[in-house]
Design a protein around this ligand. Structure first.
Ligand code: CIR
Length: 257
């Protein structure tokens, strides 16, 4: 288990039919989304990640957002039950690949609903957004599944954004990047907190790589804040993925392999 690996799935030709919850629908250039996704995968590979590239699923519009379908811990995997019914088939599509990576695979079951975008793991602590997509039943199931492995699970109420990781992600084991308008900072009181620039509410969603933070282009003030704190920052243009309410964490499931 010493290399960093990631599942990524190519953008579906049906991408323009994506689910939307908190933003309005704008025309999506699917070919450009596919190019941007390839550049995102390229950035992961360049950063030393061993990417497992999964094929596009023509029927499943949102399937590029693999993060929502599975949680990968060192000890086990947890297949989710996404909150949007249109996305549940995505879980079946990734299950066999997941079984190749972990011997223990648990499932979130009805009435639980859970999107991986709501799950923020920092060390042995797991924060789960109580969002439009993820409910208390799933959080209770996850807590029981993870307890034998020493993880503690905390439910975090949230508003005005799709997923917990739209509002807060980890920059390191002791620092989070947070938009305190969308989630209460008190839940993360055990961590140093760096607030996104107030003019860049969507900037909190970043991917923590071993040597750098990967974030979307278009958030220059927050990027400067990270650099001033000593983080090395890589950027990718994900404008077409953002029109589908996605960002950078959602396009990969990172795990130790
Ligand atoms: C959805 O509404 O499910 C997709 N259009 C966007 C999902 C983005 N996922 C994520 O940030 N983890």
């Amino acid at each position: 288990m010493n290399s960093l690996r990631a599942f990524c799935r190519a953008v579906s030709p049906a991408f323009a039919n994506c689910e939307l919850s908190f933003i309005g629908r704008e025309p999506i250039n699917v070919a450009l989304a596919q190019q941007q996704h390839m550049a995102y995968v390229g950035a992961l590979i360049e950063a030393g990640v061993d990417v497992i590239a999964l094929p596009a699923l023509p029927e499943l519009a949102d399937s590029v957002f693999v993060e929502d379908t599975v949680l990968l811990f060192d000890e086990l995997a947890v297949l989710t039950r996404p909150g949007a019914a249109s996305r549940r088939m995505e879980v079946q599509a990734i299950a066999s690949a997941v079984h190749h990576c972990r011997e223990t695979v648990a499932d979130i079951v009805a009435p639980g609903t859970l999107d991986g975008g709501d799950v923020l793991r920092i060390g042995k602590r797991v924060f789960v957004g109580l969002s439009k997509r993820s409910n208390q039943a799933a959080i209770d199931q996850l807590a029981s599944i993870l307890k034998p492995f020493g993880y503690t699970v905390t439910a975090v109420p949230m508003q005005e954004c799709l997923h917990l990781k739209s509002a807060v992600t980890a920059l390191s084991d002791d620092t989070v990047l947070i938009n305190p308008e969308w989630v209460q900072a008190a839940y993360f009181k055990d961590y140093q907190q760096l607030n996104v620039a107030s003019s860049e509410p969507h900037a909190a969603n970043v991917v923590r790589l071993p040597e750098a933070i990967l974030m979307p282009t278009g958030f220059p003030q927050t990027q400067d804040l990270l650099v001033a704190r000593g983080f090395s920052v890589l950027t990718v243009d994900v404008s077409e993925l953002q029109k589908a309410e996605g960002a950078v964490t959602c396009c990969s499931v990172l795990f130790n392999g």
